[in-house]
Design a protein around this ligand. Structure first.
Ligand code: ATP
Ligand code: MG
Length: 390
């Protein structure tokens, strides 16, 4: 195969004890996105190399894999100074630049010429053949020459990877995924730190529509390109939600509804061996997300709840949503169970004793069990093109 792609791990290299686990998982995740492609992959403790014939297709796919610091398309030559000079000249002849810098890294200490001297020799050769100047501070083009035992790698451009950790390294979290802007972003940020996802969506038909559900599945599909393993558990929430509206005073319905959602999320997280619950709450965004509300709602579970966008402004969340391509789907106008029958004055400082009192007026445990027993799980997201349904 003609081309070689070099993958640098970035943050992984700081995790000394776990390095092998990280690298093995990263290579598995890369293999998962490269299914159906023709390539060879090799790796050591510092780098991964992919040999292939169509590097642009491969690079496009691995750009979505977390745990990669940068991707470089390299040119491999034998480690001798003449081959190196010729290759650098050939590469630069195809580039448009007026200043350059050669940066040599001599990992193979047995190579007799020191890196500064390699810079001078190769730089001199370029100056002689191409009308240009050396600029060591701000060059138009930086040529990196890595002298390694297995050969010399020469490259000019580094493509930035997504960073983060390989998805799955931290186990799984249960993401409460609504059709809004915030929760898909929360999911993406969790994936970035290596937490794989199982999703949970509460639907209340006929008050919420099938389009609302398909929108959520579509969002799961978009963030699944960073994982490949995401499933969506659809919880039929109608009866429980109607019981809440029947038994709880208006001002407390949202607080109690969210306490029920957390109870269900807790049970489902246990069932699916998730270590945490994740949601898109952001401090102060709505009445149920004041700190007091969060504490009262959170008190129904001892499960850790991660809120990746808790401290971001809405505009900052929107920026990420646009970057990850969820925004346009999130703003489609289908109602969520949280937005139907919204009370005019939801409580912003709920009292835990009142919550307990209102909850004691109906047998919510039964409703919760019914919700859990009637979940439908959607896996194999890729094969569903729900965008067509919207
Ligand atoms: P928006 O972007 O419009 O704020 P949102 O999804 O964040 O939408 P909120 O009412 O702020 O909606 O809900 C807070 C969090 O609660 C959501 O981010 C999500 O994690 C969870 N949530 C809300 N509704 C649902 C639902 N129907 N199913 C699953 N999780 C939900
Ligand atoms: Mg929100």
């Amino acid at each position: 195969m003609e081309n070689l792609i070099l993958i640098k791990y970035g943050e992984l290299t700081t995790k000394k004890a776990n390095r092998n686990t990280f690298i093995n998982l990263l290579s598995n995740n890369i293999k998962n996105v490269l299914i159906n492609e023709n390539y060879n992959i090799k790796y050591d403790r510092v780098r991964m190399y992919i040999e292939c014939d169509h590097p642009n297709i491969i690079i496009d796919k691995i750009k979505n894999v977390f745990g990669i610091h940068s991707i470089v398309l390299c040119h491999k030559v034998n480690t001798n100074i003449d081959d190196i000079k010729e290759k650098v000249l050939e590469l630069l002849k195809n580039e448009d630049f007026s200043t350059f810098k050669i940066n040599t890294k001599r990992a193979d200490k047995s190579f007799p010429i020191h890196s500064m001297d390699v810079n001078n020799i190769v730089g001199g050769y370029i100056l002689k053949n191409i009308n240009s100047k050396v600029d060591v501070h701000n060059p138009d083009i930086l040529v990196t020459i890595e002298l390694r035992i297995e050969g010399t790698f020469i490259y000019t451009n580094e493509i930035k990877g997504l960073g983060g950790y390989p998805v799955g390294i931290q186990g799984k979290g249960m993401l409460m995924l609504s059709g809004g802007i915030d929760s898909p972003v929360a999911g993406y940020l969790s994936l970035k730190r290596g937490v794989d996802l199982e999703c949970l969506y509460f639907e209340s038909p006929p008050h919420t529509s099938v389009e609302a559900k398909n929108k959520v599945i579509s969002l799961a599909n978009i963030i699944n390109k960073y994982s490949g393993n995401i499933k969506v558990n659809v919880v039929p929430f109608t009866k429980l939600q109607e019981a809440i509206y029947k038994n709880v005073p208006d001002t407390y319905v949202i607080t109690i509804m969210r306490r029920m959602m957390y109870r269900i999320a807790h049970k489902l997280a246990l069932k699916h061996k998730c270590k945490v619950i994740i949601n898109g709450e952001s401090i102060g965004q709505v009445a149920s997300q004041t700190l007091t509300s969060m504490v009262v709602i959170n008190s129904v579970t001892n499960f850790p709840v991660i809120r990746p966008v808790a401290c971001l402004d809405k505009l900052e969340i929107i920026d990420i949503a646009k970057k990850i391509d969820t925004y346009d789907t999130s703003i489609l106008p289908y109602e969520d169970c949280c937005t139907i029958f919204l009370p005019t004055h939801p409580v912003i400082n709920p009292d835990i004793n009142k919550c307990l009192l209102y909850e004691s007026t109906f047998d919510y445990e039964n409703y919760i069990d019914e919700c859990i027993n009637n979940i439908t799980t959607i896996s194999n997201l890729e094969s569903n093109n729900f965008k067509d349904l919207l």
